[in-house]
Design a binder for this molecule. Structure first.
Ligand code: NAD
Ligand code: WQD
Length: 340
């Protein structure tokens, strides 16, 4: 794909910042819109250090229609990658209206601003959470969908919204990327995931135990019907995931309407396998106890990657050892995240 101007919503966040690096490296100009509700401009400074040039940054909330229109007025945007959203499953159960407001209203405003400026090419951050509890693994994109949390439903409804928009107006071309479990960090160790408060997710929790910020990891459930009794997930290196966005932007030229694509490795790893791989990367055992199951966890989830290979011409290159090495490198260099 020739060099373009790509607008990245949520570009200061975890996946967004890694995607900005890959976009800049591929020669694109990048415009970031982020309200910094879960991120810091330090991430964008580090992106510039890695890439050797900066993104154009606008501190704007997607719900602010006037400010968003001004961003499109200021830049000749060709395509959009839409990461901005709230993403904590548990929090979405506590404050569902805030999740619908942020994720759905933000997306509706974005679509209106895009259409007003004749921009119809979009890559959207969806999630494997839209599959709920899958009946069959590996999961194909044609599997039944039905999210089980307000967060997941915002993803589901946005997917439907984008499908409806594409059905009504053939100018819309959209790739819905359904991410599995993103982990890891840029190999420089200068950008990475910086969760606020106590992490909900396995890898950042394990790494914060390793660095001494948290005492012990709890392994949620040792009695699942899996080989070692712990849950299986498809972990994907965030740099591979970032590259999938470049592949999806390129694929927009080859698709019509709206296409959903899984982004995983196709390989499942159990919680205990992750703990072992993380301990290996750290060079010391990560203290852990197997405790009760966490409500809502499904036993086994991993992706069928066939459509990513055929439609995006992309597949993951990095494995669990790479993910743990790079996540630890980031954690070690930035023990308190961007506040270090
Ligand atoms: P993140 O919180 O690090 O990044 C999201 C960014 O969006 C943040 O910088 C935040 O400040 C910004 N933002 C949120 N609401 C906004 C608004 N209304 N206006 C402008 N900016 C706003 O999260 P992430 O892990 O990088 O996830 C990016 C996207 O990928 C999200 O949509 C998330 O739901 C999706 N996703 C993430 C995962 C995961 O495990 N990390 C898995 C599947 C899907
Ligand atoms: C992975 C495994 C836990 C923490 C979540 C969202 C999903 C998507 C990705 C956004 C599970 C176990 C975890 C801990 C543990 N995000 N675990 N101890 O639940 O697969 O997916 O993030 O779209 O929507 O639900 O990821 O990292 O929380 O858990 O044993 O302290 O690790 O039980 O089996 P999950 P996770």
């Amino acid at each position: 794909m020739a060099a373009q101007t790509i607008l990245v919503t949520g570009g200061a966040g975890y996946i967004g910042s890694h995607t900005c690096v890959q976009l800049l490296a591929a020669g694109h100009d990048v415009v970031v819109v982020d309200n910094l509700s879960n991120s810091s401009t330090v991430a964008l400074d580090r992106v510039a250090d890695i890439a050797g040039r900066s993104v154009a940054f606008h501190e704007v909330d997607l719900r602010d229609r006037v400010a968003l229109a001004e961003v499109f007025d200021d830049h000749d945007v060709d395509r959009v990658v839409h990461f901005a959203g709230l993403k904590a499953v548990g929090e979405s159960v506590e404050i569902p209206v805030a999740y619908y407001d942020n994720n759905i209203v933000g997306t509706v405003n974005l679509l209106n601003a895009m259409a007003d400026h004749e921009v119809f090419d979009l890559v959207f951050s969806s999630s494997c959470t839209v599959y709920g509890e899958p009946e069959v693994v590996p999961i194909t994109e044609d599997a039944p969908i039905g999210a089980v949390s307000p967060y997941g439903r915002t993803k589901l409804y946005i997917e439907e919204l984008l499908r409806d928009a594409a059905a009504a107006d053939k100018r819309w071309r959209t790739v819905l990327l359904r991410y599995f479990n993103p982990v890891g960090a840029h190999p420089s160790g200068t950008i990475g995931e910086d969760p606020t408060g106590i992490p909900n997710n396995l890898m950042p929790y394990a790494m914060q135990v390793a660095i001494g910020r948290l005492e012990r990891l709890r392994v949620f459930g040792g009695d699942y019907d899996t080989p070692d009794g712990t849950c299986i997930r498809d972990y994907i290196h965030v740099v591979d995931l970032a590259d999938a966005h470049l592949a999806a932007l390129g694929a927009l030229d080859r698709i019509e309407g709206c296409e959903a694509v899984n982004v995983g490795t196709g390989t499942g790893s159990s919680v205990l396998e992750v703990v072992a791989a993380a301990s290996n990367a750290v060079g010391a055992d990560i203290p852990h106890d197997v405790v009760d199951r966490r409500p809502g966890d499904v036993p086994c989830v991993f992706a069928d990657t066939g459509r990513a290979e055929s439609l995006l011409r992309w597949s993951a290159r990095l494995d669990l050892a790479d993910m743990c090495r790079d996540h630890w490198n980031w954690q070690r260099q930035n023990p308190a995240g961007y506040g270090s």
